[in-house]
Write a protein that binds this ligand. Sequence first.
Ligand code: KIV
Ligand code: NA
Length: 265
Amino acid sequence: LAPISITTLAAMKARREPIVCLTCYDAAFARLLERAGVEVLLVGDSLGMVLQGHDTTLPVTVEQLAYHSACVARGRRRALLIADMPFLSYATPERALAAAGQLMQQGGAQMVKLEGGAAVLETVRRLVSQGVPVCGHLGLLPQSIHRLGGYRYQGRDHTSADAIRHDALALQEAGAGLLVLECVPAALAQEISLMLEIPVIGIGAGVETDGQVLVLYDMLGLNPGTPPRFSRDFLVGQDGVPAALAAYVQAVKTRAFPAAEQTQW
Ligand code: KIV
Ligand code: NA
């Protein structure tokens, strides 16, 4: 099977085949995820919370993301590898170019993801002009948690929904090749997915996006405490991790996940 590229993902969107993505932080899981049919591996800064035990993603560094990305890169062969740009690493286009260089050259990432809209457009243009594929991230922005005041759904009123629509178009215009929409109402996510040419990957964004992503440790029930309501423990009722991953892939491909109980309207 040919390696999955951003072109592959665009073709999947065109034929309305859901794109399956999970976060991944090491080589062992990279192999298991790929074997299960996961098409996109995201080395998310969520590793600050699930691996490092922090309350937020803010303490994660470029070095740490490059390290985990390199681990994942050694385990992958076919899946597209995306690495998060951590908090403040893209505060200026120059810093962003340096950070993306580390993630791609040392970490083996094939695309980088950064959070925000209007504030990052110039940076996105600069990265893309230098050959760095960029994934946007709108809706709930975990790196802005101290400004937002909590992990809550975004885009629930007209003003904020309009801002997200506008930012989504602007990111596409700036050259982003992919967009993650986190915790926005399903109708808004559907509208944006139809409006954009680039694929939209949702988390807590309903079933009508072009693909789905979850935090690996949430969907394997490895995150004790209250799991986010948009996630599901896929290990329940399965006889092991490979079966749980296969169940997730199957549920995303058939649009059985997210179901109504994981959806915010
Ligand atoms: O860091 C992360 O895991 C993410 C996904 C939840 C989209 O950004
Ligand atoms: Na992230």
